[in-house]
Ligand binder design. Structure first.
Ligand SMILES: *Cc1c(COP(=O)(O)O)cnc(C)c1O
Length: 458
């Protein structure tokens, strides 16, 4: 391996260098993300209206557009020490395999049992729920990473954890389910007969294998109908991007240590939490006019919220029990094709990222899943880590950028977020290896039909 002088393969921060505050990128945005609306009145939600759903300190974080740094409580910092700081890795092996002059770095968030970055926000949300004296929390999970992260966090803080798991994943991913139960969570396949909204969806669509939007509706209902429970969400929300800023803050500190600045920053985008977290301090510099970076969101061609969605107010869930959020959306009824394996299947996108994208501060691109798995395999074979399919969207885009540098001879520095590991996604890998994986790109007509059902907001 040919190494640059003074640039190690892995750049680690010490425990003392763990960031002491999260960074709230909204403080530096000239155009703030649009507020959540009450679906009944169409008016911006007040804090009190959110208290039945979220715990109070998280509501404050959700609505805070002005405070740039929010201190990370010591208890959360202590939990972070179990799996943070995470390494910034110089992908020397991948660079060599590609024969590119580009310098590729990735920030690896898969070094914990839940296998993804989601634990960063799970720890924070469980801590605040405990601090408020709650009994437990409810949530939804799709592929299972968020449910796993939350069940770990709840076991650390002594909270009950009710997870509504999208039925198709519940059946296809029994291992994830059992990890959650190992950490003490109860896991219910969604839609279920446990909630009114679940019963309604089952009556309307018998035999449905569920969707994230539907599981969210059930989890919210369970929280508001059980005394001492609140709902928590693993992506999309402003508070989640705030907690995930730890990824970017560490990456920036590690880069500063070796005197390097990235030119291009790439992340996969489902609801936007890892990307929002990774880019936040860099975006802050860009917004303040102190530095410039190219920032690229990568989404699946089968669920293309940024690249083919509409920037509009929409429901966050299928059952329409949640507030309205202004975001790039495919419509709350949109469900990606069943052959879509690669995660990142939420119909909407973080309001913060949506506004930044609309204002031209970042780009977006979409990739098809067979290309994503090709990139995943190529990466695994040289860098060793078995990447999550979600993360592999970013790998694919990073490889493409590096190959462009090979053509032009540019020595760009590329940073991408490697959000997690793919050990629980081997059925998808198997399909890919057997040549059974197909690509599906929704037609304009399908998207138009879904977008036609967007709510009318005065
Ligand atoms: C959940 C998840 C994502 C996508 O969620 P975002 O909120 O967009 O970050 C990406 N990678 C992994 C490994 C995940 O678990």
């Amino acid at each position: 391996m040919k190494q640059d002088k003074n640039i190690p393969y892995k750049v680690y921060l010490s425990e003392d260098e763990l960031p002491k505050a999260w960074y709230n990128v909204r403080a530096d945005m000239k155009t703030k993300p649009a507020p959540l609306l009450n679906p009944g009145t169409g008016k911006p939600l007040k804090a009190e209206e959110l208290y039945p759903i979220f715990c109070e300190e998280l509501v404050a974080q959700e609505l805070d557009n002005d405070t740039p740094y929010i201190e990370i409580p010591q208890e959360i910092r202590d939990c972070y020490k179990m799996f943070r700081p995470s390494p910034l890795v110089r992908a020397y092996f991948l660079e060599e395999a590609l024969g590119t002059p580009a310098k590729i770095y990735y920030k690896f968030e898969g070094n914990n049992t839940s296998g993804s970055h989601k634990l960063n926000s799970a720890m924070a949300q469980a801590y605040y729920a405990k601090k408020q004296g709650l009994k437990g929390v409810t949530t939804e999970t799709g592929a299972g990473q968020w449910g796993t992260a939350l069940s770990m966090a709840c076991s650390f803080f002594g909270l009950d954890c009710k997870v509504y798991m999208v039925k198709v994943s519940y059946e296809q991913k029994p291992f994830r389910r059992e990890v959650m139960r190992t950490y003490g969570a109860s896991v219910t396949p969604s839609p279920s007969m446990e909630t009114e909204v679940g019963k309604k969806i089952l009556a309307e669509f018998p035999g449905t294998t569920g969707s994230l939007g539907c599981a969210i509706s059930e989890a919210v209902e369970a929280a508001t109908t059980h005394e001492g429970y609140r709902y928590v969400l693993g992506s999309v929300l402003n508070q989640v991007l705030l907690h995930q800023s730890i990824i970017g803050l560490e990456a920036k500190a590690a880069f500063d240590k070796i005197g390097v600045k990235p030119d291009v920053i790439i992340g996969c985008a489902g609801g936007g939490s890892n990307l929002g977290g990774l880019i936040s301090p860099f975006m802050g510099e860009k917004l303040r006019g102190e530095a410039d970076y190219r920032i690229i969101a990568v989404e699946p061609a089968s669920c293309p919220s940024f690249t083919r969605g509409r920037y509009a107010y929409d429901f966050c869930d299928t059952g329409k029990v949640c507030p309205l959020a202004k975001m790039y959306t495919l419509g709350s009824g949109f469900i990606p094709a069943p052959n879509h394996a690669g995660g990142l299947r939420y119909h909407g996108m973080s309001s913060i990222l949506s506004q930044l994208y609309d204002d031209g501060y970042m780009e977006a691109t979409s990739v098809i899943q067979t290309d994503v798995f090709k990139a995943a395999e190529q990466f695994a074979r040289v860098e060793g880590i078995l990447p999550a399919p979600e993360s592999s969207h970013a790998i694919k885009a990073a490889i493409d950028e590096a190959l462009k540098c090979k053509e032009t001879g540019e020595e760009k520095t590329i940073l991408f977020g490697l959000t997690g590991t793919g050990y629980f996604d081997m059925v998808a890998y198997e399909k890919f290896h057997n040549g059974e994986m197909t690509d599906y790109i929704p037609t304009d007509e399908e998207l138009a039909a879904s977008l036609a059902k967007l709510p009318v907001v005065k």
